[in-house]
Design a protein around this ligand. Structure first.
Ligand code: ZN
Length: 441
């Protein structure tokens, strides 16, 4: 009796163990899912040695490892074996094929991922994917068709160039600032870039940059005739009358500071930076490939220049120095509430209040060129409108931190403020821009 009971128990336990093992072994019979990407997209056919490939593997039992090898002819080279601690449910593993030192031409990329299940006597299930790729070791070749005659500190320049193959990213770098080039109808690339007023000729080393679809990069020094310029100082006198006149607007811009002076200093420093970043952001994001402007930029008619681009301003309150800033545009004043014309053909990409700039219109003219009109009393256009050169976009005023009624006119290249003097000069625009672009249009 007891024996029978015991044997039943043993049978049951054995069965339970078998079921458990069966469950553990059989519940997951599939290897991880596997996909590849480069630059967040599907892998293209051509791949360069420096292009990053990302393997995305996922499995309900967790991913234990990813192995990468390459095969060329009958030779297989094991490149990487990556173990994932804790076997997460999904992993991303990025690598390049630089170490494989593959010659030009076809090869097979082999990736195997193991899951963390007990299947295969604790080796896990695996998935292997093979993809046929072609190694492309060649850097794109750039031929610059037209160089600028000279680039002045604070000024703009245009280059037009051709490339030996299709490019995914190209333009000019000045330090870490990237000025994108735009492909034109005739397959040339046109790039507007700046010589920022904040650096001197000794620090100015523009680099031309091109990346092909395989991820190969060409970077070379762009030799230009860089002309230095010293920007003069300018005194800006702030009075108590001005602060009390601006009390309401200052409170609107800086509600978290107590006195008008504290509000003014915060607005002129911290808020100015935020406002400038917004302008930069809008300029960069709004850029389109086709040049929309024709010739030089129109300015406020019958006006006087009240302040210049690049002025090193020192601010005084009752003869006491309180702040320093750089003025990034031209101030034009005429009669109060004078009608402000669009400098050139373009698209309105911003028509709203922007802190110290007050009511601000930003136009986009193509190739990363923008113009701005600030301190306006009112708007005659809205974002999305197409405007023609000379079309009235608003009226002058004192919104923002303006002292007297005027329009602050600024020109931006790739989001960097540049000397408007060049863009309002017909001769400069013709010699530096129009004749060089005419081929591309
Ligand atoms: Zn101004």
């Amino acid at each position: 009796m007891l024996k029978t009971k015991l044997s039943t128990l043993v049978t049951l336990v054995t069965l339970a163990v078998l079921v458990l093992f069966g469950y553990l072994f059989l519940r997951d019979l599939q290897g991880p899912s596997l996909s590849f990407s480069a630059d967040g997209k599907e892998l293209g056919q051509k791949i360069g040695p420096r292009k990053e490939i990302t393997v995305i593997a996922a499995d309900t039992s967790g991913v234990r490892s990813v192995e990468v090898s390459v095969r060329r002819g009958d030779k297989t080279l094991e490149l990487y074996e990556k173990q994932f601690e804790g076997s997460p449910r999904s992993v991303e593993y990025a690598f390049t094929l630089e170490d494989a030192k593959l010659p030009e031409g076809g090869f097979t990329l082999i990736v195997t991922a193991h899951d963390a299940s007990l299947a295969g006597f604790n080796k896990g299930n695996s998935t292997t994917r093979e993809i046929q790729l072609a190694m492309d070791n060649k850097q794109p070749r750039i031929v610059v068709e037209t160089y600028p005659p000279a680039v002045h500190r604070g000024g703009s320049a245009l280059i037009v160039y051709t490339a030996s193959e299709a490019l995914t990213k190209t333009g000019v770098y000045v330090d870490s600032v990237f000025f994108p080039a735009f492909e034109q109808k005739d397959n040339t690339y046109a790039c507007l870039f700046a010589f920022p007023e904040s650096i001197s000729a000794a620090e100015y080393f523009p680099q031309i940059y091109a990346q092909d679809t395989a991820g190969n990069i060409t970077e070379s020094r762009l030799i230009v005739n860089a002309v230095n310029k010293n920007y003069p100082g300018d005194k800006v006198k702030i009075t108590d009358t001005f602060l009390s006149k601006k009390a309401e607007e200052l409170k609107k811009i800086v509600p978290y500071k107590e006195t008008s002076l504290e509000q003014y200093l915060e607005a002129n420093g911290v808020i100015r930076k935020q406002n400038d970043l917004l302008i930069r952001d809008i300029c960069i994001k709004s850029a389109t490939a086709k040049p929309k402007w024709e010739g030089d930029f129109k300015i406020l008619p019958r006006s006087a220049v009240k302040a210049q681009f690049g002025d090193r301003r020192t601010y005084y309150l009752n003869d006491k120095e309180i702040d320093k800033q750089v003025h990034l545009g031209y101030d034009f004043a005429s009669v109060a509430r004078a009608e402000v014309p669009a400098g050139n053909d373009g698209t309105v990409v911003f028509a709203d209040y922007n802190g110290i700039y007050g009511n601000l219109v930003i136009l986009e003219h193509g190739l990363g060129l923008n113009s701005i009109y600030s301190h306006l009393t009112d708007f005659r256009v809205k974002a999305g409108d197409t405007v023609k050169k000379g079309q009235i976009i608003g009226t002058t005023g004192t919104t923002g931190l303006a002292v007297g009624d005027h329009v602050h006119f600024g020109v931006y290249v790739g989001g960097v403020a540049v000397q408007p003097k060049e863009w309002i000069d017909p001769k400069w625009v013709r010699n530096n821009i129009s004749v060089r672009l005419s081929k591309a249009r």
